[in-house]
Every structure is written in structure tokens, then in C-alpha cells.
Design a binder for this molecule. Structure first.
Ligand code: EPU
Length: 423
């Protein structure tokens, strides 16, 4: 897997329908949340991708029983036998968001030990807000050589007021999950508002939690004694949907992106339309039409703003349209460095500072040998290869498999000339 490459011959026109998978960034959270209970959780619309595979390995290592039904996109997890509370260091290193597992384990068992999940190519990605939050909820934090140990004072967490100094998605989710079993009331302020957070809160409430306000900046949690099991439908991946829409526009093709929720692209679709994209937007689908587009600048922003995870395909799109635009990545430093590789293909992108680039369009792109630095830049390289003249070879596609299920098969179905080479 790790050594696989994609070989893409550019220029193919696409047509047909592509179905959006369950959201990676929703599925990962439910896998952590279900540790709060000792009862079964049934998960539907589950995406079987590298990141969720690692999360499943973490659950199994902790003692959970996991039944997988890929055909029906279903997963059944029985966490009743979980008793281990130290997370496997090798698995933790493979998945930055393994920090999500710390809160539920701490809440249910009163202690947890893990290695630091480590840095990441899109920025430093510190975990200070997680550790501060655990501390506020009454955990003692002890640093070990490679990571940290958390222990609830007197065995039980206590509700608290937590203000996030910066908006954090997994931080909000982690504190929400952790507070569910704490004694008394917790108020979280300056919370992230992503749809995946609301969906997680709805699941927890179905299991007996008392959470109010998820999806807004203030979340209140009244602690409960225990949680039951329930079922969970993973919501559609809004990032996949947005990426596929941009793929339709980049290739000047009519494609239908189905099984998505266009409401979750509230900031993105109007910008595309303003730039000239012809889109037919239904309740659960988006159809792209060949369009004459022009440049529009964007600034990424926490939800409901323009998602940072869609910044890279949008930057590529801007290389193909008339005029100049500025793409301002406000969330992560380091998430624009992939533009170097687009320049090697013929793009004209000038980096002002790590957070901002000027994109001059339109430019013709030529096939090149590229290396995928992270998930979202990786899929953007696939799209770049699809519109470039000649052949593009992408290395390190593990980074793409982390978040996109069977991507080459799904793109081939639309008419793309893409092959996986396994070495
Ligand atoms: N931050 C801190 N300290 C912390 C936590 C975060 O300084 O303790 C900073 C980060 O360095 C960043 C900012 O806060 O500058 C916001 O980061 P956030 O915590 O919101 O990011 P995240 O929760 O780690 C999630 C998604 C990302 C997505 C971001 C932003 C998951 C598993 N990951 O990350 O998704 O880009 O929110 O929307 O939900 C991806 O799917 O490719 C991906 C990177």
C-alpha cells in the first residue's frame, strides 16, 4: 500500500455519476465516542479508508469486538470487553486524530495513557487545548517521556467551564464527549460548529447523553451516569462532495455528485457560482456543467466558512480560470506548500507567506512526477493529473488512501484514465 503510485493520463472528459462516501471526519469521531458505553454501536454508511482502518485497529487493541460488513458499508462494535487504557504507540503515531480516544477512555475508566500523536505536514498541530480541557474537567496530566498520562482526581471527572482560545474541531468534539460522563454541568464556549459535531451530539443524545447547543458556538452538557448503545448513520462527506464538484468544473464535464448534502457546502457553492460555475443543486446531489469561469479570491474559515480541506482543489481550479486571485489559508500554516508541485506542472502561483498565495490563471499544466504530502493536497494532484497534458505519476498515495475509498475505481467509472501501480 505504502509504495503504491497513481499513473494518470490527462485530458479525459468525464461523464456519469459519482456517489459521495460517509465522512471520514464523522466516522473517526463515532469510533472514539462509542468507547463511552459498554454497549454495541451499529454504524451505517461507514467509509473503509486507511484512517478509519487504523482507528478500528486501535479499538481492537483496546479489547473491542469489531464486525465488518464492507458490502453493506456497516460496522458493529461491541466495546463491552474494553479494559485497556493505554493506547498502542505505533497506532497512535499513524493517526493524528487518535487523540480523540483519550477523552472517552478517561471519562469511562478514569485514566488513560498515550504517546503524543505527533506533528503533521500541514502545520505543527499542537494538543495544548486538549490537555487544558482535560485539566479543567478534573484530570491530572502527567508528562511521560513520549507522551502523557491522564488521571481523574478521585476517579471521576467534574463538569467545568471551558473556553477554547482558538476554534478547534476535534478539541470541541473531545471535550463534548469527555463531559458526557462527568459529574454536573459543563459549558463549552467558542466551539467549532461543523456538521460532524452536531451529528456526534445527536448520536450521544440517542445513547442517553444530555447535550444542548451542538452546532453553535456554545455547548452545554449535563453529565449522566452511563450511556447506552445505539446506531449511527455517518453523514455524507462534504469535503469529498466539494472536491468532486471542483473536479467536474476542472475537466469541463457534466457529472452528477450524488448522496451528498449541498447545505454543508453553504460557503463553497456560492463562491463557485460567483466565479461562473454552472451548477444544478438538488436536495442531495449537485450536477456540474461545462462553465466559463473567472478568478475569485477566498479565505478559508471555520465552518460555516470556506473549508480549509477544500482549499487545495480550489487553488488548482484558480490556475485554470481567467485572472488573478488570492487564496488565503487562515487555519493551517504549511497547507499551501503543495503549490510548488503545481508550479512544476506549469501553474503560476506565487507564495506571499505560508498562509497566502497569488494564483495567476489560466495556465496549461503538463504531466509530472509528484509526491502527495497530505490527503487534500494529494487528491488535488490527482485532479491536476486529470487535466494536464501527458502523464502524471503520484507517489506516496497512502496519503490519498487515508481519506478516499477506492478512489481510482470511482474515477475510472467517470471516464478518468487513472491506474494504481503496486510495487
Ligand atoms: N490547535 C492548537 N491547539 C490545539 C488544537 C488545535 O493550536 O490543541 C490549532 C491547530 O494547529 C489549527 C487550529 O487550531 O491551527 C484549528 O485546528 P483544529 O483543531 O480545528 O483541527 P483538527 O480538529 O485537528 C479537523 C479535521 C481536519 C480539518 C480541521 C479544520 C478531523 C479528524 N480533522 O482537524 O481535517 O482540516 O479540523 O477544519 O476532523 C483532513 O480531513 O484532511 C483534515 C486535516
Amino acid at each position: 500500500m505504502a509504495m503504491d503510485k497513481f499513473v494518470i493520463n490527462g485530458g479525459a472528459k468525464l461523464s456519469g455519476t459519482i456517489s459521495v462516501s460517509g465522512a471520514k471526519n464523522s466516522a473517526l469521531k463515532i469510533l472514539a465516542a462509542l468507547l463511552l458505553s459498554d454497549q454495541k454501536c451499529i454504524i451505517n454508511n461507514f467509509p473503509f479508508i486507511e484512517d478509519t482502518n487504523i482507528a478500528i485497529e486501535i479499538l481492537k487493541d483496546l479489547g473491542a469486538k469489531v464486525e465488518i460488513d464492507k458490502e453493506r458499508k456497516m460496522l458493529i462494535v461491541d466495546p463491552s470487553q474494553v479494559c485497556k487504557t493505554n493506547l498502542d504507540p505505533i497506532l497512535v503515531k499513524k493517526l493524528r486524530s487518535s487523540i480523540l480516544f483519550a477523552g472517552p477512555l478517561l471519562a469511562r475508566f478514569g485514566h488513560v495513557e498515550m504517546n503524543h500523536p505527533g506533528g503533521c505536514v500541514i502545520g505543527r498541530r499542537p494538543i495544548n487545548m486538549f490537555l487544558d480541557g482535560f485539566g479543567k474537567l478534573g484530570a491530572e496530566v502527567e508528562f511521560t517521556q513520549e507522551g502523557f498520562k491522564l488521571r481523574a482526581k478521585e476517579g471521576k471527572l467534574k463538569g467545568a467551564e471551558i473556553f477554547f482560545p482558538q476554534i478547534t474541531v476535534t478539541g470541541t468534539e473531545t471535550m463534548m464527549m469527555t463531559a458526557v460522563l462527568a459529574e454536573g454541568k459543563t459549558v463549552l464556549r467558542n466551539c467549532a460548529m461543523e456538521p460532524e459535531i452536531l451529528s456526534l451530539a445527536e448520536y450521544l443524545n440517542k445513547c442517553g447523553a444530555r447535550i444542548k447547543g451542538a452546532g453553535t458556538h456554545t455547548i452545554e452538557i449535563q453529565g449522566v451516569e452511563k450511556l447506552l448503545g445505539s446506531y449511527f448513520d455517518v453523514i455524507a462527506d462534504r469535503i469529498e462532495a466539494g472536491t468532486f464538484v471542483m473536479m467536474g468544473l476542472l475537466t469541463n464535464s457534466e457529472i452528477k455528485v450524488e448522496n451528498c448534502n449541498p447545505e454543508h457546502l453553504g460557503a463553497v457553492l456560492p463562491i463557485l457560482q460567483k466565479a461562473g460555475a454552472k451548477l444544478e443543486i438538488g436536495k442531495d446531489y449537485i450536477i456540474t456543467k461545462p462553465s466559463q469561469m473567472k478568478a475569485i479570491s477566498v479565505v478559508t474559515h471555520e465552518y460555516p466558512g470556506f473549508a480549509t480541506d477544500l482549499q487545495s482543489p480550489y487553488t488548482l481550479l484558480m490556475t485554470q480560470v481567467q485572472n488573478q486571485s488570492i487564496v488565503h489559508e487562515s487555519i493551517f500554516e504549511g497547507r499551501l506548500f503543495f503549490t510548488d508541485q503545481l508550479n512544476s506542472m506549469g501553474a503560476n502561483i506565487i507564495m506571499c507567506d505560508p498562509h497566502r498565495v497569488v494564483v495567476n490563471g489560466p495556465t496549461k499544466l503538463y504531466g509530472k512526477k509528484l509526491t502527495s504530502p497530505d490527503l487534500r493536497a494529494g487528491i488535488t494532484m490527482v485532479l491536476a493529473g486529470m487535466i494536464a497534458e501527458g502523464t502524471t505519476i503520484i507517489d506516496n498515495i497512502y496519503q490519498i488512501d487515508r481519506g478516499y475509498e477506492n478512489i481510482e475505481l470511482r474515477l475510472q467509472k467517470l471516464g478518468a484514465d487513472i491506474k494504481r501501480i503496486t510495487l
